[in-house]
Design a protein around this ligand. Structure first.
Ligand code: GCU
Length: 508
């Protein structure tokens, strides 16, 4: 047994080192640059001519530079970039002008300065089903599939990218179902277990193998004859726990499917990973240029490739695939929705800075947090300019950004977007700036209206609009808001999200 394991690892290690070696057949490939996050961050600052960055405010209220939580000081730049005015000063008054002129201008600014561009030639992804089986989720029979999307690396075989995605659909559906794609670990819900008799055989063989490896174990097994090294994993059907059922159960019970797509299988969540993953593969192991994509855009790209697969899956109604994520993946969900118009709806959970929160707000986290070496990898390199205190171009701050979060939400219009937050008392810290995200959602409204959809339906201007009370949703329109009374999660809003989204599905 042990021998077999060693042999396996030895094999894996030797093929890996053969691929990495700069001699032999692979001599034409430049080796992968192995920067730390700090080194990569420095490298980007140098490309941009930045000598110093302002430090980000601290989440710790006792730190020397604590984040501002005084609403009176929260809006140093209350004027947001114009939503419905072209760069040449002309007003946008028709849907056609939005689609053909204004929307492309805004998208270009976001790509160049904020999230980065997807390179023109990203290699193809081939999806393969690794496991397909019948499972039960609660009392619902499902078809569950574990998939891998292999990215063609023939141009640079030193790196491999394999996108991990799980797709679960209700087995008894009468036709193709709507589906929510969620950023998270790609895991089958309830892997089918071999029946009892087979498990007994497995345990007998396993014990024999262990005794062969270590004869003293014979005595142990004799002393505990009923003990089995591999226990049955059949879940016990106890009383149902209090509270809402898991979000995946809620989706299936409503006749939806869901997919789990694993961000880390697309792009690592750190700066050291930027020469690897899909960003590194396209750059052939070299560091980014200032307008290259960051991790948020890479995760969004991966979600789009997941949707490519779903378009081929007869169990799924690909016209009604939504995207969901929380926190950094809430940002990724909003970016996905903004840039891929095939996604029909989004549930954006506690997305904060770089998500639904206005960059121009001074409340909780700030531009300067996203430019630090812990978080800059989410963004395009160019975004670092807006945290610069000393540079060849002088200095820049949030107010120099050509766009702000209301325009990111507007890029999703007229498709349904649900902005979700929790409450600080339960752990959705003020750091994420619920109010600043509400203002952005209000300010995105005019584009929804222009395109014949409904916005939040409130009459105040974004400058004076105050968040509705906790647990009071604004769920009438395609643009929706709800702050639940839970923490840093969007789970408590699923039971509002599903019927809200169903209205649009059934209406069409
Ligand atoms: C930090 C960061 C947030 C981010 C969050 C997360 O708090 O400042 O912007 O959303 O981490 O993703 O966990």
């Amino acid at each position: 047994m042990k021998k077999a394991i060693y042999l396996f690892f030895a094999l894996v290690a030797s093929t890996a080192s053969a691929q990495q070696s700069s001699g032999g057949a692979n001599v034409k490939y430049q080796p992968v640059i192995n920067f730390s996050a700090q080194e990569d961050h420095q490298h980007m600052l140098k490309q941009l001519g930045i000598k110093a960055l302002r430090p980000g405010p601290s989440g710790d209220e006792k730190a020397p530079n604590p984040a501002n939580y005084n609403e009176a000081l929260a809006n140093p730049y209350p004027e947001l970039p114009e939503l419905l005015t072209l760069k040449n000063g002309k007003k946008v008054t028709t849907a056609e002008q939005w689609w053909n002129k204004r929307r492309p201008e805004i998208a270009e600014d976001f790509e160049r300065e904020v999230y980065g561009r997807i390179p023109k030639e990203v290699p193809k992804v081939s999806w393969e089903t690794l496991i397909s089986e019948k499972e039960w989720v609660g009392w619902i029979p499902v078809n569950a599939k574990k998939l891998v999307g292999r990215v063609d690396n023939s141009q640079y075989p030193l790196l491999e990218v394999n996108i991990a995605m799980t797709v679960v659909t209700p087995a008894n559906a009468k036709g193709p179902v709507p589906l929510l794609m969620m950023f998270g670990p790609s895991e089958l819900p309830a892997p089918a277990q071999p029946p009892k008799e087979s498990l007994e055989k497995i345990n007998a063989a396993f014990k024999a193998l262990l005794i062969e490896q270590d004869p003293s174990l014979k005595e142990v097994f004799e002393q505990y004859p009923a003990y089995n090294p591999i226990a049955s994993q059949v879940p016990a059907f106890g009383p149902r726990p209090a509270g809402d059922p898991p979000t995946t159960h809620q989706l299936l019970a409503a006749g939806w499917g869901y997919a789990l797509i694993e961000p880390g299988s697309i792009q690592a969540d750190n700066g050291a990973g930027l020469t690897k993953g899909i960003i590194g593969l396209v750059n052939k192991g070299q560091p980014r240029k200032p307008d290259d994509w960051g991790a948020l855009r890479a995760w969004a790209w991966g979600a789009s490739r997941g949707l490519d697969y779903l378009e081929t899956d007869p169990a799924v109604d690909a016209k009604w695939v939504g995207i969901e994520g929380v926190s950094r993946f809430g940002k990724a969900a909003l970016v996905t929705m903004a840039f891929d118009q095939r996604f029909a709806m989004a549930l954006v959970g506690s997305s904060g800075q770089g998500g639904a929160k206005l960059h121009r707000r001074n409340f909780g986290e700030a531009v300067e947090n996203l430019t630090s070496s812990y978080e800059y990898h989410w963004m395009a390199g160019n975004y670092l300019k807006y945290g610069a205190s000393e540079a060849t171009f002088g200095s820049k701050n949030a107010n120099d950004l050509p766009v702000d979060a209301h325009q990111l939400i507007a890029l999703c219009a007229p498709r349904p977007v649900f902005i979700s937050y929790g409450i600080p008392e339960q752990g959705d810290a003020r750091w994420v700036d619920q109010q600043g995200s509400y203002m952005a959602t209000v300010a995105a409204g005019p584009v929804y209206q222009l395109l014949g959809a409904r916005d939040l339906g409130i009459t105040e201007d974004y400058k004076t609009a105050k968040m509705p009370a906790v647990n009071t949703g604004l769920l009438e329109g395609e643009l929706a808001w709800r702050q639940h009374d839970g923490g840093h999660t969007d789970a408590p809003n699923f039971k509002y999200f599903i019927p809200w989204a169903n209205k649009f599905i059934q209406g069409k």
